[in-house]
Design a protein around this ligand. Structure first.
Ligand code: ATP
Ligand code: AMO
Length: 465
């Protein structure tokens, strides 16, 4: 019948009250043989508990038992909240719990990596090193090999709660704008982006592959009169990319919608959606963002209430003015994207912007060319801190033209005939975009590797755990 209190809710207003909490043993520290400290951790919060021998309640055996608890064991603690005069350094909550009873719910074996080591910032390691102390550094592979333990760190708990909120706000926003959530097949006949980076498989004797994107089916759903659709789901890319921002499987947030007049209607949705996501994260994920920043320091993202839009030509001009050699009808490479991000920040004071009217030649076959100049297209990419998080465009809704463009891009039209046919029975002008969820979280938090924002990352070298 006793109520549970979450560790994160423990504060001075509960002074002298008895509470019941459950958490993991984060650290234990004995002091003499009559006192033991145990820091209990629950999600992104920690509290210092202490067991001290008291003739009528806490026995010597009890204190010995507390001291013997292995880190990461799960414990239930009944104790009284007190507020010490001094700041508590090793815990997030500024109160102590005087232990009356402690039960061990699950005892942990010695872990291959310790949460303490895995939680240390680079700055802490360097500071200690200057003082002549070599603290262990847990590298990326060791973390990923022991992911279930690694994701218990406060920073990782923060990262995946932030990721959850991005998905939540994405869904809430789009539902409120009359979008319908759809679920398209992940087993499809061929490539959906025109590229070769697909995982092939045998589908009961037919050749098939894992969907590179929901592109074809989200467009077909617009032909099926859903008006506005969105989907969140896995996206598979057989990338040969060993970079900090490419995965072989990632989570795609996809949107597709009818357009009345202009592809700017799609960019309007991107604008309001992402300002809502960023505002939302800053409001509801304060503690999570703090936990991430403590281990991986970053500056809050600079963005505007109305998102900056630049044309590709304007971007190219800015780069040229800065002395960067650039092909005006080619794609931007990673380096020039970064550089443009810096230039935009200096000139406009924002780290989030939309670059649109890309050269047609660097966009997928289904992209609508600009009506005034067919060298360019009604398409856009969106950047955070100089790196791409979104690609989007108006699509070609005229079947003959679509087939012609597919052929021109070297695609075997037979493999996408049902897609092209779906535009033959009346198709509204439409457009949409695709967001890489892991990239959004990585770049919002200024992290340096997409593996940090993928729970169980899949890259060319890793398919476990
Ligand atoms: P999208 O597929 O939407 O364009 P992306 O960010 O994956 O998203 P790519 O088209 O794959 O972008 O690549 C964009 C740029 O990134 C390329 O022009 C290239 O300079 C660089 N790039 C891509 N893959 C690699 C890689 N494996 N190694 C180094 N640079 C790469
Ligand atoms: P694109 O191929 O640009 O566009 O993908 C959309 C977004 O997905 C993310 N992304 C990736 N994230 C992690 N690892 C990867 N290998 C990877 N590749 C892409 C990026 C990118 O911006 N159908 C179009 C979208 C559309 O036009 O609606 C598409 O798939 O954040």
């Amino acid at each position: 019948g006793r109520e549970w209190t979450v560790v994160g809710a423990l504060n001075g207003s509960l002074k002298d009250q008895e509470v019941l909490i459950r958490g993991r043993v984060h650290t234990t520290r004995p002091v003499g043989n009559k006192l033991a400290f145990v820091v209990v951790r629950e999600r992104v919060s920690t509290v210092q508990c202490l067991a001290t021998v008291k003739p009528d309640s806490v026995s010597k055996e009890m204190v010995r038992f507390v001291r013997s608890l292995s880190n990461e064991s799960i414990v239930d603690v009944i104790g009284v909240v007190s507020v010490p005069d001094v700041e508590i350094k090793g815990a997030t909550q500024q109160v102590e719990v005087q232990i009356k009873k402690l039960y061990c719910v699950s005892r942990a074996a010695k872990t291959p990596i310790t949460i303490e080591d895995a939680s240390r910032s680079e700055a802490e390691i360097e500071k200690a090193s200057k003082e002549g102390v070599q603290l262990p550094r847990v590298n990326q592979d060791t973390r990923l090999n022991n992911r279930v333990i690694d994701i218990r760190t406060l920073a990782n708990q923060g990262i995946f709660r932030i990721q959850s909120q991005v998905g939540n706000i994405f869904r809430q926003f789009l539902l409120s704008e009359n979008f319908v959530e759809i679920h398209t097949p992940k087993l499809i006949a061929g490539s959906s982006e025109g590229g070769s980076a697909v995982f092939r498989l045998d589908y009961k004797g037919q050749s098939a592959c894992l969907a590179q994107s929901p592109q074809l089916h989200k467009q077909m759903s617009i032909c099926g009169d859903f008006g506005r659709v969105f989907e969140t789901g896995p996206v598979f890319r057989a990338e040969d990319s060993y970079t900090h921002r490419h995965l072989c499987e990632f989570t795609g947030l996809d949107v597709e919608m009818e357009i009345k007049k202009h592809y700017s209607e799609v960019m309007d949705i991107v604008d309001r959606l992402f300002v809502t996501i960023f505002d939302g994260l800053n409001n509801v994920c304060k503690k999570e963002l703090e936990a991430v920043a403590k281990q991986y320091p970053f500056e809050p993202l600079k963005y505007k209430p109305k998102t900056l839009r630049l044309t590709f030509e304007e971007g190219v001009q800015m780069l040229k003015d800065a002395g960067v050699e650039i092909d005006p009808l080619g794609d931007l490479n990673t380096e020039s994207e970064r550089k443009l991000g810096q230039l935009v920040l200096e000139k406009y004071g924002t780290e989030f912007y939309i670059l649109h009217r890309y050269p047609l030649a660097v966009r997928p076959f289904y992209t609508m060319p600009c009506h005034d100049n067919s060298l360019y297209s009604n398409s856009f990419d969106v950047f955070i801190r100089g790196e791409e998080i979104i690609s989007g465009a108006q699509r070609i809704h005229i079947p003959e033209f679509l087939a012609e463009r597919a052929q021109a891009c070297g695609i075997d039209v037979k493999t996408i005939s049902t897609y092209i046919d779906s535009f033959r029975y009346g198709a509204p002008p439409h457009g949409g975009f695709g967001v890489g969820l892991e990239r959004v979280v990585m770049l919002f938090c200024g992290l340096n590797n997409i593996r940090k924002t993928s729970l169980y990352p899949r890259d060319p070298l890793r398919i476990a755990p």
